[in-house]
Design a protein around this ligand. Structure first.
Ligand SMILES: Cc1cc2nc3c(=O)[nH]c(=O)nc-3n(C[C@H](O)[C@H](O)[C@H](O)COP(=O)(O)OP(=O)(O)OC[C@H]3O[C@@H](n4cnc5c(N)ncnc54)[C@H](O)[C@@H]3O)c2cc1C
Length: 343
């Protein structure tokens, strides 16, 4: 397929700030445009979006359509769906790109259904072969990648944040901002504000060593093993995958990944973590990675410098025991006359 391919990107913003996934989406759309020439346009929806629209046009160097809607102070499912349909339906877009975040995950499938479009969710890779564009997504916990192409006239894509990063530096020229205005859209659900989770004192972002727990830790009773492993290292912290936080084994402030924190410690020890791309996106900056997993095929091993194929419940206690033994050996004072001579 070589015909012109026009791409729309739906911006994500909150509390007057452009969310980073918007710039990731813009980077993704530019990659798509490199292989399938056409236009890229960013759609910004909301009430007070003048500055956001201008900033996106400057930072991304893409044309922006600012859709002003009175009363749309914050993201709303009904309003986004109605406005996207009004502005994009029947305009010949080949791809409509939404972020794979709480907003995009909500409206994108509904949008695809209403447009009678194709829908590929969780895209985290892109390549071209023989004139066809293939979108990739993880399956089986990241062990395999599924390659998909779409034969639909319009395809709605949700793209994982943290994978396609904008190139450094400002684009040569800013995009053009056009404006449209709509009356308020009535909806069934009214967002009533966002409440920040309380900050966790033991921040994982500053930690030099992170011991991260995954579902493979088995149950909450095994969490002390992870904490004791972390205590071995100065400036360390315990973190976890989303599943671990969903289960309440750790607070959400300790979650690493696209919907959690991005960390870059000197050492990252992953305990029972499969290596799903949403987790890996948050820890890719780690300098040295050790993974413990009983599955030799775990995707996490692809990200690791040291791969330990072991059961956590036997390996960590053994490691702690060896460490305790080593400490005791070091603590035993040498008998007089037995001191090693310096040199
Ligand atoms: C929109 C979206 C956003 C997301 N954001 C995030 C995010 O920010 N962060 C995040 O982490 N996830 C995120 N996820 C979830 C992500 O897709 C994965 O489901 C999650 O990371 C998997 O967590 P896990 O590795 O703990 O569990 P699993 O995938 O279940 O892996 C458990 C691993 O433990 C191993 N194991 C089991 N028992 C043992 C044992 N006794 N000893 C050793 N190894 C053992 C298994 O072999 C397996 O590899 C997101 C998902 C979506 C859809």
């Amino acid at each position: 397929m070589t015909e012109k391919c026009n791409i729309a990107v739906i911006a994500s913003h909150a509390e007057g700030r452009i969310l980073p996934e918007t710039m990731d989406l813009a980077a993704f759309a530019k990659r798509l445009q490199n292989g399938r020439p056409g236009t890229v346009e960013v759609l910004v929806l909301g009430e007070d979006i003048e500055q956001i629209a201008e900033e996106i046009a400057i930072q991304a160097g893409l044309d922006v359509r600012a859709v002003f809607c009175s009363g749309l102070a914050a993201y709303s499912f009904d309003a986004y769906l109605a406005l996207i349909l009004k502005t994009l339906a029947g305009k010949g877009f080949s791809y409509i790109c939404a972020p794979q975040n709480s907003q995009g995950q909500e409206y994108a499938p509904a949008l695809a259904a209403l447009l009678k479009a194709g829908c590929i969710s969780g895209v985290n890779g892109l390549f071209f072969e023989g004139g066809t564009v293939f979108f990739q997504k993880d399956v089986f916990g990241g062990k395999l990648k599924a390659n998909m192409d779409s034969c639909a006239e319009t395809t709605v894509l949700t793209v994982q944040p943290g994978i396609f990063r904008p190139e450094g530096g400002s684009p040569v020229s800013p995009g053009r901002v056009t404006r449209e205005e709509y009356e308020s859209v009535s909806g069934k659900i009214h967002p009533s504000g966002i409440q920040k989770a309380p900050a966790d004192a033991a921040g994982i972002v500053e930690a030099k060593v992170i011991v991260a727990a995954g579902r493979g830790i088995g149950n909450v009773e095994n969490m002390p093993l992870v904490h004791r492993l972390a205590e071995i290292f100065p400036k360390s912290a315990v973190a976890g995958t989303r599943i671990v936080c969903d289960r309440g084994w750790l607070p959400y402030s300790r979650q690493v990944g696209v919907t959690g924190a991005t960390v870059a410690p000197a050492l990252y020890i992953a305990c029972g973590i499969s290596g799903a791309s949403q987790h890996v996106a948050g820890m890719r900056g780690a300098k040295f990675v050790v993974s413990i997993n009983k599955d030799p095929q775990a995707a996490m091993f692809n990200e690791s410098d040291v791969c330990v194929v072991e059961d956590i419940e036997t390996f960590i206690p053994l490691l702690l025991e060896i460490f305790r033994h080593q400490q005791n050996v070091n603590a035993v004072p040498s008998a007089p006359g037995n001191e090693k001579s310096g040199g």
